[in-house]
Design a protein around this ligand. Structure first.
Ligand code: ADP
Length: 449
């Protein structure tokens, strides 16, 4: 997949997710609004019902039914004109009971405040179950409304009480302090589900994109590896072909010492190819996971000294030096000798390969309480933070343009990591670009059973 197509898909997907999110917000908003409207209808139903019941009660008490105007009421002997509203209402506790009953019959179960406002007195006469007036008139001097009065007066939820013709002696006001959270609570399931599903989609999207990028990188590294491998084999194959041609040449094949030289070249190049194949095979072998370590008591210092002497010739060619500073008192470890030797060789090889001029390579060992520490230090090109993160991955090679004449498959360090781990050890790197690198290995003295 081309990088461009990936970005186009990311763009499209992001737009789609933002769109879905926005749509959901819209629907949820809408459903909250609908819930609120429903709630209001129920409140007004309850309020009207309270108002009707109050009238019915008064009529029942006075044993009259169905008066439709003040004049008619007077005709039947009711003197409603001069009565204050608080005298016509039942006791506050009874009123509150009535309100409670009506609200719950409409399915409304949230906290509320209420007040009965008297048109004559221009103030609240009953509030939340208590009288606000005594025999001498209102306790509150109008228009000094308290905050709670104002909340009630400004509330849309009110109903006229005992309205008769054009006269309305009072109003019942209601106020719901937790209205918003009440409506929201009724919608929490929808909200939660929307959040969960959107979250899941987002998670899967990000995860998929990460995998696509990772796969892309792996495939790039594999291509790199194949290019590298072809390159590595081309030179020896060409050399072998040339040498064979030369041997066939009558001028040469009559001289045994010349034939011998070319045969040597063929043998050498063949050995080089074999080594390369060996490296790849090694990798394939430990890739299959069931590493069968042949554990014996291994003298780490002996292995290090051997490896140091093996590489010293190559280092000397670059006018460098390689030195072993072996301080560990205890240096016998339980390990697979062959693999440990390969590990040390790989690290020394890298230290030499990635130090273009005058390598100064040092190998240290230190005795620690739980094992032995081996440090391979060089003064080479070093590693960036990004490179340090990836060097132990298979096929990973640092791309520094001109430095790519340094040959390799990007397998050495992943081999080191896999085998150190198989030996219950650890490997880490300390390095900075241009300042050299130190690879730090730690092996336990004995392997866990
Ligand atoms: P290879 O050397 O075959 O490329 P390795 O797995 O041994 O593969 O190393 C991976 C990469 O890590 C190398 O390509 C190189 O970029 C970087 N690297 C390894 N050792 C060193 C070192 N001592 N100094 C700087 N870079 C290193």
């Amino acid at each position: 997949m081309k990088r461009r197509s990936i970005w186009i898909i990311i763009g499209l997907m992001s737009i789609a997710i933002i769109g879905i999110g926005a749509l959901q917000m819209y629907w949820i908003n809408w459903s909250i609004k609908l819930g609120k409207e429903n709630f209001e209808i129920n409140i007004f139903d309850a309020l009207n019902s309270v108002s009707n019941k109050l009238i019915q009660q008064e009529q029942k008490e006075n044993n009259v039914f169905d008066y439709k105007s003040t004049a008619e009421a007077e005709k039947i002997g009711l003197d409603l004109e001069f009565k204050y509203i608080e005298d016509r209402l039942p006791a506050p506790a009874v009123l509150q009971q009535l309100i409670n009953r009506e609200l719950s019959s409409k399915g409304i179960f949230t906290e509320y405040r209420y007040g009965v406002f008297s048109s004559d007195r221009n103030s609240f006469v009953i509030k939340n179950g208590n009288y606000q007036v005594d025999d001498f008139g209102p306790k509150v001097v109008v228009p000094n409304y308290s905050d709670s009065d104002l909340l009630l007066i400004n509330s849309r939820y009110n109903v006229p009480l005992y309205a008769l013709g054009v006269k309305t002696p009072g109003y019942l006001y209601m106020y719901f302090p937790k209205l918003n959270s009440y409506v929201l609570t009724a919608n929490w399931k929808t909200l939660l589900a929307a959040l969960l599903f959107t979250g899941a989609i987002l998670f899967c999207f990000i995860y998929t994109i990460l995998i696509v990028f990772k796969q892309k990188k792996v495939s790039e590294m594999k291509t790199d590896f194949i290019n590298n491998m072809t390159h590595e084999f081309k030179t020896p194959i060409a050399t072998i072909s040339l040498a064979a041609d030369s041997i066939k040449n009558p001028v040469i094949n009559s001289k045994p010492e010349k034939v011998n030289r070319f045969a040597d070249i063929i043998k050498q190049e063949n050995k080089r190819m074999l080594e390369q194949v060996e490296k790849v095979l090694q990798m394939a072998k430990f890739d299959r996971e069931n590493l069968n370590l042949k554990l014996t008591q291994v003298d780490l210092h002996t292995l290090i000294n051997q490896a140091v002497s093996n590489i010293s010739l190559q280092v000397a060619q670059k006018e460098g030096s390689v030195e072993a500073i072996l301080d560990a008192g205890k240096h016998m470890i339980e390990a697979d000798e062959n693999h440990i030797s390969n590990i040390i060789h790989n690290l020394l090889d890298n230290a030499n390969k990635y130090t273009p001029e005058k390598p100064e390579i040092k190998v240290f060992t230190k005795e620690k309480s739980d094992g032995i520490e081996v440090i391979v230090k060089d003064n080479g090109i070093g590693l960036s933070k990004e490179a340090r993160k990836h060097i132990f991955e298979k096929f990973y090679r640092v791309h520094t343009g001109n430095l790519h004449d340094v040959k390799g498959f990007g397998l050495g360090l992943s081999y080191v990591k896999a085998l150190v781990t198989a030996h219950s050890g650890t490997v880490s790197v300390k390095s900075e670009l241009g300042k050299g690198s130190s690879f730090i290995l730690k092996f336990p003295y004995s392997q866990p059973k």
